[in-house]
Ligand binder design. Sequence first.
Ligand code: MN
Length: 500
Amino acid sequence: MMKQKEYKFWFCTGSQDLYGEECLEHVAEHAKIMVAELNKSGVLPYEVIWKPTLITNELIRRTFNEANTNPECAGIITWMHTFSPAKSWILGLKEFRKPLLHLHTQFNMEIPYDTMDMDFMNENQSAHGDREFGHMVTRMGIERKVVVGHWSDKEVQKDIASWMRTAIGIVESSHIRVMRVADNMRNVAVTEGDKVEAQIKFGWEVDAYPVNEIVKAVDAVGKSDVNALVDEYYEKYNILLEGRDPKEFRDHVAVQAQIELGFERFLEEKNYQAIVTHFDDLGGLKQLPGLAIQRLMEKGYGFGAEGDWKVAAMVRLMKVMTQGMKEAKGTSMMEDYTYNLVPGKEGILEAHMLEICPTVADGMVSIKEQPLSMGNREDPARLVFTAKEGKGIATSLIDLGDRFRLIINDVDCRHTEKPMPKLPVATAFWTPQPNLRTGAEAWILAGGAHHTAFTYDLTAEQMGDWAAAMGIEAVYIDKDTTIRNFKRELMLGDIVYKEK
Ligand code: MN
Protein backbone atom coordinates (compact mmCIF):
# COMPACT_ATOMS: atom_id res chain seq x y z
CA MET A 1 0.00 0.00 0.00
CA MET A 2 1.11 3.53 -0.69
CA LYS A 3 1.95 5.78 2.22
CA GLN A 4 -0.93 7.54 3.92
CA LYS A 5 -0.58 11.01 5.39
CA GLU A 6 -1.77 11.64 8.95
CA TYR A 7 -4.14 14.46 8.18
CA LYS A 8 -6.03 16.34 10.88
CA PHE A 9 -8.93 18.79 10.90
CA TRP A 10 -9.03 21.90 13.06
CA PHE A 11 -12.16 22.69 15.05
CA CYS A 12 -12.59 26.45 15.32
CA THR A 13 -15.33 27.85 17.54
CA GLY A 14 -16.51 31.39 16.99
CA SER A 15 -17.56 33.79 19.74
CA GLN A 16 -16.85 37.33 20.98
CA ASP A 17 -15.97 38.99 24.31
CA LEU A 18 -19.34 40.71 24.76
CA TYR A 19 -20.67 38.03 27.10
CA GLY A 20 -17.84 38.00 29.68
CA GLU A 21 -15.12 35.59 30.79
CA GLU A 22 -17.40 32.99 32.32
CA CYS A 23 -19.34 32.59 29.10
CA LEU A 24 -16.10 32.21 27.10
CA GLU A 25 -14.92 29.54 29.55
CA HIS A 26 -18.10 27.61 28.89
CA VAL A 27 -17.71 28.03 25.14
CA ALA A 28 -14.21 26.53 25.24
CA GLU A 29 -15.27 23.78 27.60
CA HIS A 30 -18.21 22.79 25.38
CA ALA A 31 -16.13 22.78 22.21
CA LYS A 32 -13.52 20.58 23.89
CA ILE A 33 -16.19 18.09 24.93
CA MET A 34 -17.61 18.01 21.40
CA VAL A 35 -14.19 17.46 19.83
CA ALA A 36 -13.38 14.67 22.29
CA GLU A 37 -16.71 12.95 21.66
CA LEU A 38 -16.39 13.31 17.88
CA ASN A 39 -12.96 11.70 18.06
CA LYS A 40 -14.29 8.93 20.28
CA SER A 41 -17.28 8.24 18.01
CA GLY A 42 -15.29 5.94 15.74
CA VAL A 43 -17.15 7.46 12.78
CA LEU A 44 -14.59 10.04 11.65
CA PRO A 45 -11.72 8.84 9.46
CA TYR A 46 -9.43 11.65 10.67
CA GLU A 47 -8.75 13.31 14.00
CA VAL A 48 -10.31 16.63 14.94
CA ILE A 49 -8.09 19.10 16.81
CA TRP A 50 -9.58 21.69 19.17
CA LYS A 51 -8.35 25.25 18.62
CA PRO A 52 -8.70 28.19 21.04
CA THR A 53 -11.97 30.11 20.61
CA LEU A 54 -11.81 32.69 17.84
CA ILE A 55 -12.98 36.06 19.09
CA THR A 56 -10.98 38.69 17.24
CA ASN A 57 -10.19 39.60 13.68
CA GLU A 58 -6.47 39.21 14.41
CA LEU A 59 -6.75 35.73 15.95
CA ILE A 60 -9.06 34.48 13.20
CA ARG A 61 -6.69 35.68 10.51
CA ARG A 62 -3.66 34.16 12.24
CA THR A 63 -5.39 30.80 12.81
CA PHE A 64 -6.55 30.50 9.19
CA ASN A 65 -3.09 31.34 7.90
CA GLU A 66 -1.53 28.78 10.24
CA ALA A 67 -3.96 26.22 8.82
CA ASN A 68 -2.85 27.16 5.30
CA THR A 69 0.79 26.42 6.02
CA ASN A 70 0.38 23.47 8.39
CA PRO A 71 1.00 20.38 6.22
CA GLU A 72 -1.01 18.15 8.58
CA CYS A 73 -4.14 20.30 8.50
CA ALA A 74 -6.57 19.22 5.77
CA GLY A 75 -9.29 21.70 6.59
CA ILE A 76 -11.19 23.70 9.19
CA ILE A 77 -14.52 22.97 10.83
CA THR A 78 -16.20 26.17 12.06
CA TRP A 79 -19.04 26.53 14.53
CA MET A 80 -20.44 29.68 16.13
CA HIS A 81 -21.30 28.86 19.73
CA THR A 82 -22.48 32.42 20.40
CA PHE A 83 -22.85 35.36 18.11
CA SER A 84 -19.59 36.22 16.37
CA PRO A 85 -19.76 39.35 14.22
CA ALA A 86 -18.93 38.19 10.71
CA LYS A 87 -16.85 41.21 9.74
CA SER A 88 -14.18 39.76 12.07
CA TRP A 89 -13.98 36.74 9.76
CA ILE A 90 -13.50 38.56 6.44
CA LEU A 91 -9.70 38.69 6.31
CA GLY A 92 -9.22 35.19 7.68
CA LEU A 93 -11.70 33.74 5.20
CA LYS A 94 -10.22 35.74 2.35
CA GLU A 95 -6.79 34.31 2.98
CA PHE A 96 -7.91 30.75 3.75
CA ARG A 97 -7.09 28.21 1.05
CA LYS A 98 -8.15 24.85 2.53
CA PRO A 99 -11.50 23.00 2.71
CA LEU A 100 -14.10 24.52 5.01
CA LEU A 101 -16.94 22.77 6.81
CA HIS A 102 -19.53 24.86 8.57
CA LEU A 103 -20.96 22.62 11.29
CA HIS A 104 -24.27 24.17 12.19
CA THR A 105 -24.90 22.57 15.55
CA GLN A 106 -25.32 23.55 19.20
CA PHE A 107 -23.99 22.12 22.45
CA ASN A 108 -27.33 21.17 23.99
CA MET A 109 -29.77 19.01 22.11
CA GLU A 110 -32.98 20.09 23.84
CA ILE A 111 -34.25 23.51 24.91
CA PRO A 112 -33.89 23.52 28.75
CA TYR A 113 -37.52 24.51 29.26
CA ASP A 114 -37.52 24.65 33.05
CA THR A 115 -34.30 26.63 33.55
CA MET A 116 -34.15 28.74 30.39
CA ASP A 117 -33.10 32.35 31.07
CA MET A 118 -31.32 35.16 29.24
CA ASP A 119 -27.84 33.99 30.32
CA PHE A 120 -28.50 30.67 28.61
CA MET A 121 -29.86 32.42 25.53
CA ASN A 122 -26.74 34.59 25.23
CA GLU A 123 -24.42 31.68 25.70
CA ASN A 124 -26.14 29.27 23.29
CA GLN A 125 -27.14 31.02 20.13
CA SER A 126 -25.80 29.03 17.20
CA ALA A 127 -29.09 29.48 15.33
CA HIS A 128 -28.27 33.18 15.45
CA GLY A 129 -24.46 33.23 15.17
CA ASP A 130 -24.16 30.57 12.46
CA ARG A 131 -26.49 32.56 10.21
CA GLU A 132 -24.27 35.63 10.57
CA PHE A 133 -21.21 33.54 9.70
CA GLY A 134 -22.94 31.70 6.83
CA HIS A 135 -24.04 35.00 5.33
CA MET A 136 -20.46 36.19 5.08
CA VAL A 137 -19.16 32.96 3.51
CA THR A 138 -21.91 33.17 0.91
CA ARG A 139 -21.33 36.86 0.30
CA MET A 140 -17.62 36.17 -0.27
CA GLY A 141 -18.45 33.35 -2.70
CA ILE A 142 -16.39 30.79 -0.79
CA GLU A 143 -17.04 27.12 -1.48
CA ARG A 144 -17.87 25.23 1.73
CA LYS A 145 -19.95 22.38 3.09
CA VAL A 146 -22.74 23.00 5.58
CA VAL A 147 -23.76 20.15 7.91
CA VAL A 148 -26.76 20.71 10.17
CA GLY A 149 -27.80 18.81 13.30
CA HIS A 150 -26.74 17.82 16.80
CA TRP A 151 -23.07 16.82 16.92
CA SER A 152 -23.86 13.54 18.72
CA ASP A 153 -26.24 12.40 15.96
CA LYS A 154 -24.68 9.53 13.99
CA GLU A 155 -26.05 10.91 10.71
CA VAL A 156 -24.37 14.27 11.40
CA GLN A 157 -21.12 12.49 12.26
CA LYS A 158 -21.36 10.45 9.05
CA ASP A 159 -21.81 13.66 7.05
CA ILE A 160 -18.70 15.11 8.70
CA ALA A 161 -16.82 11.88 7.93
CA SER A 162 -17.96 11.99 4.31
CA TRP A 163 -16.85 15.61 3.94
CA MET A 164 -13.46 14.77 5.47
CA ARG A 165 -12.84 12.38 2.58
CA THR A 166 -13.87 15.07 0.09
CA ALA A 167 -11.48 17.47 1.84
CA ILE A 168 -8.64 14.96 1.52
CA GLY A 169 -9.42 14.80 -2.21
CA ILE A 170 -9.23 18.58 -2.41
CA VAL A 171 -5.91 18.94 -0.58
CA GLU A 172 -4.34 15.83 -2.14
CA SER A 173 -5.35 16.67 -5.71
CA SER A 174 -2.36 18.98 -5.99
CA HIS A 175 -0.05 16.11 -4.96
CA ILE A 176 -1.04 13.90 -7.89
CA ARG A 177 1.67 13.40 -10.48
CA VAL A 178 0.87 11.28 -13.50
CA MET A 179 3.56 9.49 -15.49
CA ARG A 180 2.66 9.07 -19.14
CA VAL A 181 4.49 6.20 -20.77
CA ALA A 182 4.49 7.30 -24.42
CA ASP A 183 1.69 9.47 -25.85
CA ASN A 184 -2.09 9.06 -26.19
CA MET A 185 -3.48 6.53 -28.62
CA ARG A 186 -3.58 8.02 -32.10
CA ASN A 187 -6.85 9.61 -33.29
CA VAL A 188 -8.73 9.00 -30.02
CA ALA A 189 -10.45 12.15 -28.69
CA VAL A 190 -11.61 11.46 -25.14
CA THR A 191 -8.22 10.46 -23.73
CA GLU A 192 -6.82 13.88 -24.72
CA GLY A 193 -7.06 17.13 -22.83
CA ASP A 194 -5.40 20.36 -21.78
CA LYS A 195 -2.68 19.39 -19.31
CA VAL A 196 -1.80 22.97 -18.46
CA GLU A 197 -5.41 23.75 -17.58
CA ALA A 198 -5.58 20.50 -15.56
CA GLN A 199 -2.60 21.67 -13.52
CA ILE A 200 -4.19 25.10 -12.99
CA LYS A 201 -7.56 23.62 -11.98
CA PHE A 202 -6.60 20.41 -10.15
CA GLY A 203 -2.90 20.78 -9.41
CA TRP A 204 -2.03 17.66 -11.39
CA GLU A 205 1.43 17.32 -12.92
CA VAL A 206 1.34 15.20 -16.07
CA ASP A 207 4.69 14.23 -17.63
CA ALA A 208 5.65 11.95 -20.51
CA TYR A 209 8.58 9.50 -20.56
CA PRO A 210 9.88 7.50 -23.51
CA VAL A 211 8.78 3.90 -23.00
CA ASN A 212 12.31 2.53 -23.17
CA GLU A 213 13.40 4.64 -20.21
CA ILE A 214 10.96 2.73 -18.01
CA VAL A 215 11.96 -0.51 -19.78
CA LYS A 216 15.48 0.06 -18.46
CA ALA A 217 14.09 0.14 -14.92
CA VAL A 218 12.23 -3.12 -15.63
CA ASP A 219 15.34 -4.80 -17.02
CA ALA A 220 17.30 -3.73 -13.94
CA VAL A 221 15.09 -5.79 -11.57
CA GLY A 222 17.03 -8.81 -10.28
CA LYS A 223 15.95 -12.43 -10.79
CA SER A 224 15.57 -13.20 -7.09
CA ASP A 225 13.19 -10.27 -6.56
CA VAL A 226 11.14 -11.43 -9.52
CA ASN A 227 11.03 -15.02 -8.27
CA ALA A 228 9.95 -13.94 -4.80
CA LEU A 229 7.08 -11.90 -6.25
CA VAL A 230 6.01 -14.76 -8.55
CA ASP A 231 5.94 -17.03 -5.48
CA GLU A 232 3.69 -14.44 -3.79
CA TYR A 233 1.35 -14.44 -6.82
CA TYR A 234 1.17 -18.24 -6.85
CA GLU A 235 0.28 -18.23 -3.17
CA LYS A 236 -2.30 -15.48 -3.43
CA TYR A 237 -4.06 -16.19 -6.73
CA ASN A 238 -5.67 -19.16 -8.39
CA ILE A 239 -3.63 -20.33 -11.40
CA LEU A 240 -5.66 -21.07 -14.54
CA LEU A 241 -3.27 -23.16 -16.60
CA GLU A 242 -5.99 -24.27 -19.03
CA GLY A 243 -3.68 -26.71 -20.78
CA ARG A 244 -0.73 -24.35 -21.09
CA ASP A 245 2.74 -25.58 -20.23
CA PRO A 246 3.32 -24.83 -16.49
CA LYS A 247 6.91 -23.67 -17.02
CA GLU A 248 6.00 -21.37 -19.92
CA PHE A 249 3.04 -20.06 -17.89
CA ARG A 250 5.27 -19.20 -14.95
CA ASP A 251 7.79 -17.50 -17.24
CA HIS A 252 5.05 -15.28 -18.63
CA VAL A 253 3.86 -14.45 -15.12
CA ALA A 254 7.48 -13.59 -14.21
CA VAL A 255 7.50 -10.99 -17.00
CA GLN A 256 4.61 -9.20 -15.31
CA ALA A 257 6.27 -9.48 -11.89
CA GLN A 258 9.37 -7.84 -13.32
CA ILE A 259 7.24 -5.07 -14.88
CA GLU A 260 5.43 -4.51 -11.57
CA LEU A 261 8.70 -4.12 -9.66
CA GLY A 262 10.40 -2.05 -12.35
CA PHE A 263 7.44 0.30 -12.78
CA GLU A 264 6.96 0.66 -9.04
CA ARG A 265 10.60 1.54 -8.44
CA PHE A 266 10.56 4.03 -11.32
CA LEU A 267 7.34 5.65 -10.07
CA GLU A 268 8.64 5.85 -6.50
CA GLU A 269 12.02 7.21 -7.48
CA LYS A 270 10.47 9.94 -9.61
CA ASN A 271 7.54 10.58 -7.24
CA TYR A 272 4.57 9.69 -9.45
CA GLN A 273 1.29 8.36 -8.04
CA ALA A 274 -0.43 7.48 -11.30
CA ILE A 275 0.57 5.98 -14.63
CA VAL A 276 -0.75 5.56 -18.15
CA THR A 277 0.38 3.03 -20.74
CA HIS A 278 -0.45 2.50 -24.38
CA PHE A 279 -0.74 -0.95 -25.98
CA ASP A 280 0.62 0.36 -29.29
CA ASP A 281 3.82 1.73 -27.82
CA LEU A 282 5.52 -0.92 -25.72
CA GLY A 283 9.17 -0.49 -26.77
CA GLY A 284 11.26 -3.24 -25.22
CA LEU A 285 8.47 -4.58 -22.96
CA LYS A 286 7.79 -8.25 -23.62
CA GLN A 287 4.10 -8.01 -22.71
CA LEU A 288 1.46 -5.34 -22.39
CA PRO A 289 1.50 -4.55 -18.64
CA GLY A 290 -1.59 -6.37 -17.37
CA LEU A 291 -1.21 -8.14 -14.07
CA ALA A 292 1.54 -5.62 -13.24
CA ILE A 293 -0.79 -2.63 -13.68
CA GLN A 294 -3.61 -4.40 -11.83
CA ARG A 295 -1.30 -4.89 -8.86
CA LEU A 296 -0.12 -1.28 -8.93
CA MET A 297 -3.73 -0.07 -8.89
CA GLU A 298 -4.38 -2.38 -5.94
CA LYS A 299 -1.46 -0.72 -4.16
CA GLY A 300 -3.06 2.70 -4.64
CA TYR A 301 -1.66 3.98 -7.93
CA GLY A 302 -3.95 5.61 -10.45
CA PHE A 303 -4.12 4.15 -13.93
CA GLY A 304 -5.52 5.10 -17.32
CA ALA A 305 -5.20 3.08 -20.51
CA GLU A 306 -4.15 4.31 -23.96
CA GLY A 307 -2.61 7.43 -22.49
CA ASP A 308 -5.75 8.46 -20.59
CA TRP A 309 -4.10 10.66 -17.96
CA LYS A 310 -7.39 12.20 -16.78
CA VAL A 311 -8.70 8.78 -15.76
CA ALA A 312 -5.33 7.89 -14.19
CA ALA A 313 -5.47 11.02 -12.03
CA MET A 314 -9.14 10.47 -11.13
CA VAL A 315 -8.51 6.84 -10.10
CA ARG A 316 -5.61 8.00 -7.92
CA LEU A 317 -7.79 10.76 -6.45
CA MET A 318 -10.51 8.27 -5.53
CA LYS A 319 -7.93 5.89 -4.05
CA VAL A 320 -6.64 8.71 -1.84
CA MET A 321 -10.15 9.74 -0.81
CA THR A 322 -11.04 6.18 0.21
CA GLN A 323 -7.75 5.32 1.93
CA GLY A 324 -8.08 3.43 5.17
CA MET A 325 -11.84 2.99 4.75
CA LYS A 326 -13.23 0.07 6.68
CA GLU A 327 -14.97 -2.47 4.44
CA ALA A 328 -14.04 -0.61 1.26
CA LYS A 329 -15.32 -2.43 -1.83
CA GLY A 330 -12.90 -1.04 -4.36
CA THR A 331 -11.94 1.57 -6.94
CA SER A 332 -10.80 1.03 -10.51
CA MET A 333 -10.54 2.29 -14.02
CA MET A 334 -13.36 0.83 -16.10
CA GLU A 335 -14.38 0.84 -19.73
CA ASP A 336 -17.90 0.62 -21.14
CA TYR A 337 -17.70 -2.31 -23.53
CA THR A 338 -20.96 -3.92 -24.53
CA TYR A 339 -24.66 -3.87 -23.58
CA ASN A 340 -27.26 -6.33 -22.52
CA LEU A 341 -30.46 -4.87 -23.92
CA VAL A 342 -32.85 -7.63 -22.88
CA PRO A 343 -35.89 -5.91 -21.30
CA GLY A 344 -35.65 -6.03 -17.50
CA LYS A 345 -32.02 -7.16 -17.62
CA GLU A 346 -30.41 -4.08 -19.15
CA GLY A 347 -26.85 -3.22 -18.26
CA ILE A 348 -23.34 -2.39 -19.43
CA LEU A 349 -20.54 -4.94 -19.37
CA GLU A 350 -17.47 -3.19 -18.01
CA ALA A 351 -13.99 -4.49 -18.73
CA HIS A 352 -10.72 -3.56 -20.40
CA MET A 353 -8.09 -5.34 -22.38
CA LEU A 354 -6.50 -6.31 -19.05
CA GLU A 355 -6.31 -3.52 -16.54
CA ILE A 356 -9.13 -3.67 -13.99
CA CYS A 357 -8.16 -3.25 -10.32
CA PRO A 358 -8.59 -6.38 -8.16
CA THR A 359 -9.88 -4.28 -5.23
CA VAL A 360 -13.33 -4.53 -6.89
CA ALA A 361 -13.17 -8.35 -7.14
CA ASP A 362 -15.91 -10.43 -5.61
CA GLY A 363 -14.20 -13.51 -4.24
CA MET A 364 -11.64 -15.49 -6.17
CA VAL A 365 -8.96 -13.79 -8.28
CA SER A 366 -7.16 -15.94 -10.86
CA ILE A 367 -4.18 -15.54 -13.15
CA LYS A 368 -4.86 -16.33 -16.78
CA GLU A 369 -2.81 -16.09 -19.95
CA GLN A 370 -4.26 -15.55 -23.35
CA PRO A 371 -3.16 -14.02 -26.64
CA LEU A 372 -4.01 -10.34 -27.00
CA SER A 373 -5.80 -9.48 -30.21
CA MET A 374 -3.89 -6.18 -30.38
CA GLY A 375 -0.17 -5.47 -30.42
CA ASN A 376 2.62 -7.86 -31.24
CA ARG A 377 3.86 -9.12 -27.90
CA GLU A 378 3.74 -12.45 -26.08
CA ASP A 379 0.52 -13.57 -24.34
CA PRO A 380 0.20 -11.38 -21.26
CA ALA A 381 -0.67 -12.69 -17.80
CA ARG A 382 -3.65 -10.94 -16.24
CA LEU A 383 -5.86 -11.19 -13.16
CA VAL A 384 -9.40 -12.29 -13.91
CA PHE A 385 -12.44 -11.99 -11.64
CA THR A 386 -15.92 -10.53 -11.55
CA ALA A 387 -16.75 -7.38 -9.62
CA LYS A 388 -18.90 -7.07 -6.49
CA GLU A 389 -22.59 -6.29 -6.45
CA GLY A 390 -23.88 -3.04 -5.00
CA LYS A 391 -24.13 0.70 -5.55
CA GLY A 392 -21.26 2.62 -7.07
CA ILE A 393 -20.44 5.74 -9.03
CA ALA A 394 -18.95 5.96 -12.52
CA THR A 395 -17.26 9.27 -13.29
CA SER A 396 -15.90 10.78 -16.46
CA LEU A 397 -13.85 13.97 -16.50
CA ILE A 398 -13.97 15.47 -19.97
CA ASP A 399 -12.29 18.44 -21.60
CA LEU A 400 -14.85 20.40 -23.62
CA GLY A 401 -12.28 22.77 -25.06
CA ASP A 402 -13.41 25.74 -22.99
CA ARG A 403 -13.75 23.91 -19.66
CA PHE A 404 -13.68 20.61 -17.80
CA ARG A 405 -16.90 18.82 -16.90
CA LEU A 406 -17.23 15.97 -14.41
CA ILE A 407 -20.05 13.56 -15.19
CA ILE A 408 -21.16 11.45 -12.23
CA ASN A 409 -23.51 8.52 -12.70
CA ASP A 410 -25.00 6.41 -9.90
CA VAL A 411 -24.84 2.80 -11.03
CA ASP A 412 -26.10 -0.51 -9.64
CA CYS A 413 -23.59 -3.32 -10.02
CA ARG A 414 -24.81 -6.87 -10.38
CA HIS A 415 -23.46 -10.21 -11.39
CA THR A 416 -24.10 -11.07 -14.99
CA GLU A 417 -26.91 -13.51 -15.52
CA LYS A 418 -24.52 -16.21 -16.70
CA PRO A 419 -20.73 -16.69 -16.51
CA MET A 420 -18.64 -15.83 -19.58
CA PRO A 421 -16.08 -18.66 -19.69
CA LYS A 422 -14.50 -17.51 -22.94
CA LEU A 423 -13.92 -13.88 -21.91
CA PRO A 424 -10.31 -13.68 -20.62
CA VAL A 425 -10.57 -10.41 -18.65
CA ALA A 426 -11.94 -9.09 -15.35
CA THR A 427 -15.43 -7.67 -15.65
CA ALA A 428 -18.12 -5.68 -13.88
CA PHE A 429 -21.74 -5.32 -14.95
CA TRP A 430 -23.89 -2.36 -14.03
CA THR A 431 -27.15 -0.65 -14.79
CA PRO A 432 -26.88 3.13 -14.81
CA GLN A 433 -29.47 5.11 -12.87
CA PRO A 434 -32.26 5.92 -13.50
CA ASN A 435 -32.27 3.11 -16.10
CA LEU A 436 -30.11 2.14 -19.05
CA ARG A 437 -32.02 4.10 -21.69
CA THR A 438 -32.16 7.42 -19.83
CA GLY A 439 -28.79 6.97 -18.12
CA ALA A 440 -26.89 6.26 -21.34
CA GLU A 441 -28.78 9.00 -23.22
CA ALA A 442 -27.84 11.55 -20.56
CA TRP A 443 -24.22 10.28 -20.48
CA ILE A 444 -23.89 10.72 -24.24
CA LEU A 445 -25.58 14.14 -24.22
CA ALA A 446 -23.14 15.26 -21.51
CA GLY A 447 -20.19 14.06 -23.62
CA GLY A 448 -19.12 11.30 -21.21
CA ALA A 449 -16.19 9.12 -22.32
CA HIS A 450 -15.89 5.32 -22.58
CA HIS A 451 -13.20 5.18 -19.89
CA THR A 452 -14.42 5.87 -16.35
CA ALA A 453 -13.02 6.17 -12.86
CA PHE A 454 -15.29 3.94 -10.80
CA THR A 455 -15.71 3.35 -7.08
CA TYR A 456 -18.15 1.67 -4.71
CA ASP A 457 -16.86 3.72 -1.81
CA LEU A 458 -17.65 7.35 -2.59
CA THR A 459 -20.89 9.16 -3.34
CA ALA A 460 -21.95 11.48 -6.13
CA GLU A 461 -22.20 14.21 -3.49
CA GLN A 462 -18.56 13.78 -2.48
CA MET A 463 -17.32 13.94 -6.08
CA GLY A 464 -19.63 16.85 -6.87
CA ASP A 465 -18.30 18.75 -3.85
CA TRP A 466 -14.76 18.01 -4.99
CA ALA A 467 -15.58 19.38 -8.46
CA ALA A 468 -17.12 22.51 -6.91
CA ALA A 469 -13.97 23.06 -4.86
CA MET A 470 -11.92 22.76 -8.07
CA GLY A 471 -14.19 25.34 -9.71
CA ILE A 472 -15.43 23.02 -12.45
CA GLU A 473 -18.85 21.92 -13.65
CA ALA A 474 -20.33 18.66 -12.34
CA VAL A 475 -23.46 16.99 -13.70
CA TYR A 476 -25.29 14.17 -11.97
CA ILE A 477 -27.10 11.28 -13.60
CA ASP A 478 -29.15 9.52 -10.93
CA LYS A 479 -32.59 8.29 -9.94
CA ASP A 480 -34.08 11.77 -10.43
CA THR A 481 -32.67 12.37 -13.93
CA THR A 482 -35.06 13.17 -16.73
CA ILE A 483 -33.72 14.12 -20.15
CA ARG A 484 -35.68 17.36 -20.28
CA ASN A 485 -34.25 18.61 -16.97
CA PHE A 486 -30.81 17.23 -17.73
CA LYS A 487 -30.61 19.24 -20.96
CA ARG A 488 -31.52 22.36 -18.96
CA GLU A 489 -28.68 21.61 -16.53
CA LEU A 490 -26.25 21.33 -19.42
CA MET A 491 -27.52 24.66 -20.79
CA LEU A 492 -27.08 26.24 -17.37
CA GLY A 493 -23.54 24.85 -17.17
CA ASP A 494 -22.78 26.42 -20.55
CA ILE A 495 -23.69 29.82 -19.17
CA VAL A 496 -22.04 29.49 -15.77
CA TYR A 497 -18.80 27.74 -16.64
CA LYS A 498 -17.92 28.78 -20.17
CA GLU A 499 -16.06 31.94 -19.19
CA LYS A 500 -14.61 30.64 -15.91
MN1 MN B 1 -9.55 1.61 -23.48
